[in-house]
Design a protein around this ligand. Sequence first.
Ligand code: AMP
Length: 273
Amino acid sequence: MKDFSAVEDVCGDAGPEAIFDTRFQLLGHELSNLKSSGQSELAIGDRKFLMSKIIVLMGAPGAGKGTQARLLQEHLNIPQISTGDMLRARAQEQDALAKEIQAVQASGKLASDDLVMRVVEERTAKEDSAHGYVLDGFPRTMAQAKMLEKLGAEQGHKIVAIVVDVPFELLEKRATGRLSCPVCGEIYNTYSKPPTNDKKCDFHPHTELVQRVDDTAEKVKIRLETYNEQTKPLIDGYDSTGRLHRIDGTKKQEEIHKEIEGIIRSNGFIGGH
Ligand code: AMP
């Protein structure tokens, strides 16, 4: 049995590319074998340790980012960090900021960069994000993308961007048909994934599913415009730096998940921790 008890930073100043899970000591030769073989995954007992990454899930409203982020959290134990969800939660409080967030979300426009960047910085500083995380809905502007580059370098995480591509014609239908459970957050769609019982959550049979205030046809149109203008250009940035992967978002949820998982594993990411 190998001794992994003494904790030390095996990566030192090697930079983000080489930073592995430092909560557990890996023996020096294990680490160099892993790196030189191009392998990204090391199993110790029933645990897996991989290079830490920030997975940026991109795609227009209705592309299915939230569903995929939830599946990754569930199956790979990677925290899902959804700026939309965090802002919606903050909007429940009774203060001026909450009112501001409610108004901006209801309008279909973007919240201020300062606010969103602060939320992301605070959330990703938590212990569960130490090995990387999935960003769902961030970055959405150039300023946010720049901030993420800096954050990734500081935190020692490499960035991998995955775009879930869905044709424009389908997006409106997808977004306007979306319903979610206010208790567990499970996402349904009246067109593609209806609940078993009319408008009730499959996991909480007494809970009525809800539609987001910004999932109306009018607001979805504004959100799609905002996406095209402010967020789509970021895709080119990730593409030109060789960090972009495209996924066909019209496939079945499970197939998309498998593909995303494949990308994450081949690029090296955390497993269970
Ligand atoms: P989502 O749940 O990702 O569709 O986000 C819902 C709404 O929250 C957006 O339409 C924006 O008003 C706000 N929001 C979420 N993420 C961001 C972000 N990264 N930057 C600015 N606003 C955001």
